[in-house]
Ligand binder design. Sequence first.
Ligand code: SF4
Ligand code: SF4
Length: 329
Amino acid sequence: MGKEYFCDELNNVLSCFHDRIMSCCSGQIGPVYYEKYRGQKIDWDAFRKVKEDAFSLLTEENIDKSPCKGCFFLRERRQSDKVSSNFNMLNISHWTQCNCGCIYCARMLDSKGRIDLKPMKSEYYDMLPLLKELYRENLLDRENLTVCIQGGDISVLKEFEPMVKEFLKQGINRFNILSNNIVYQPIIKKLLDINLVDYTTSLDCATREIYYKLKRVDKFRESVNNLRKYAKAKFGGCVTVKYIVIEHINDNVEEVKNFVNLMADIGIKRIEFMIDNKYVLFTDLEKTPMPKHYKELYLTFKCLCEEKGIMLQVWDKTKYILEKYVLAV
Ligand code: SF4
Ligand code: SF4
């Protein structure tokens, strides 16, 4: 028998997207547990078999038939690798509604650019009943479960708070919640107080004018005020604020300096620097050089964060691009 392969994502992750329930969010269509899920009754034996079948194809002889073929998450299987009967990482991203309209939003096609202000049901399916069933079927690891909630925005999802409460009732290790931060959520403050959440938002600027250009809503003040409340939580250090660099809008040193100063004033301890994903995806960086001043932008972030005692995080993809196309030239 030839080599056997293993994927930790396949073993641990369940992702509930608006159009399907699948294994991972690797960017590759890996094994799918349920295509076009719309709240139907699930055959749980068939559901479990998807994982079993996916692993059975991870051998040298069968890899050509596997949806995982070519994925960089695959590695050679070790003796200690065991296929687990449940998941310890749940991605919830089953709705697309949002109360702002970021110009860099990857979901714009699904939400059709609509801005919704009131909490509502997902247009696709309800997560809460599915969540209860997943627990009932022992498919979620109650002790080690990490849940990432990231879809449209949580403030437009009616079942956001009931879902959080269900996790707290059934068992969870940690939440990872992303939001545009326009609406204050008392339950997030509570989770920050008991050190059960990493909360991430994207402010991307330090002024109301630039905020409006980026997000198409006039909510800069609300967002900053909400950050002040979260930063005061007992574990307010678990709040991360991103700065996504968008060419010709917020890619100037003055805005970066004002942003870091504002974060220090609010008491934010983590900042993430990110280059717009759309720009990275649709620009041939071998032929079109990155704007030269991105180097200065990044270095300004780095120096100012060090000076203010703020941790600067850089996402893997941005790190790779910075090292190859920005810092090396
Ligand atoms: S190998 Fe890749 S595509 Fe397959 S489950 Fe793992 S991360 Fe997903
Ligand atoms: S907050 Fe998120 S979901 Fe809403 S428009 Fe911006 S990027 Fe899209």
